[in-house]
Design a protein around this ligand. Structure first.
Ligand code: 13P
Length: 306
């Protein structure tokens, strides 16, 4: 299945009352894990790589191109209904590099920038990306985060519905990430989300809305959030945590007798990282079911073909 434009996926999800998951990968193991999950669940999905945690020195010296090539090489050989996102770059130039490298959607991590600076950069990005048939996501409002453990809300701000409407009209983005109480990078507990605010943004903004911080978003509120206007959830931290836990468990069972060539980078069952990959697949499958995306790939394929 060729890649599906992000707006097409979002339109199908919105029309049919489910949400898409963007499951953030960081290497080929985690990327393949998401593909395995989407295939097993017959679910449309947004696959891709996050830039926000990565070093600029690496991103700017071939990292973006390497991630794009890895993703495209794997996607071309799989039967997955997917868009391919370069998520949350540090700079406009990195997002533009993502457009050139073969991602089908890009986003700048501009939530700490002054709104005027973000508006200018994202308007430029949209012009270049749309000319290459690449979609753009942007964020207005700023999520608290739990990078250092406790929740840091010092830079946080909730999304205002009228400002969001103006921002989308000026920039022309294809998807808007909103701040409605959701928290980035939570490793325990869940966020206290304001679904009335989400509904108000949905009423003011025609563009599909994304919820970042999927790890800490309460499961019990997902259906209500979709009804209130959420069309995309981003999940990252939970995947890395499950990956790490599984690799640590697997590593503990190393006797010292096995060959390092089987354990490290072999992609065989004996590979330590394959244990992590399997844990990510199971985690993504449960999110796909939670979002109502399971079993939906065929309808998207049919809609695209007709
Ligand atoms: P979590 O890591 O909190 O799931 O959030 C991921 C995210 O929003 C990436 O954009």
């Amino acid at each position: 299945m060729p890649l599906v434009p992000l707006p097409t996926l979002l339109a199908d999800a919105r029309a049919r009352g489910y949400a898409l998951g963007y499951f953030e990968s960081w290497d080929s193991y985690s990327f393949e894990a998401v593909l395995d999950a989407a295939e097993a669940e017959d679910a449309p999905v947004i696959v891709g790589f996050g830039a926000t945690m990565l070093a600029d020195t690496w991103l700017d010296t071939g990292g973006i191109e390497m991630l794009a090539a890895t993703g495209r090489a794997l996607l071309e050989r799989r039967n997955v209904t997917a868009a391919f996102l370069l998520n949350e770059t540090h700079t406009l130039d990195q997002a533009l590099a993502g457009v050139d490298a073969g991602f089908t959607a890009v986003m700048i991590d501009s939530h700490r920038w002054p709104v005027e600076q973000a508006t200018t950069a994202i308007t430029r990005l949209v012009a270049a990306a749309h000319a290459a048939e690449v979609a753009v996501e942007a964020e207005l409002g700023s999520l608290p985060d739990a990078y250092h453990g406790g929740i840091d809300g010092s830079h946080a701000s909730l999304t205002d519905p009228d400002e969001a409407a103006a921002f989308v009209a000026t920039t022309g983005v294809d998807c808007l990430a909103v701040s409605v109480g959701n928290v980035h990078l939570l490793t325990s507990g869940s966020a206290d989300v304001d679904l009335d605010r989400l509904q108000a943004i949905r009423s003011a903004v025609p563009t599909p809305l994304a919820i970042h911080g999927g790890t800490g978003f309460p499961d019990a509120s997902v259906a209500a959030a979709i009804a209130a206007g959420a069309t995309k959830f981003n999940v990252g931290t939970r995947l890395k945590r499950r990956f790490l836990d599984a690799v640590v468990d697997r590593t503990r069972s190393w006797t010292g007798a096995e060959s390092v060539h089987d354990l490290v980078g072999s992609h065989k069952d004996t590979d330590l990282l394959v244990a992590g990959k399997r844990a990510v697949t199971e985690t993504v499958r449960s999110f796909l079911r939670l979002y109502g995306a399971s079993g939906r790939a065929e309808q998207v394929t049919t809609a695209v073909a007709s």
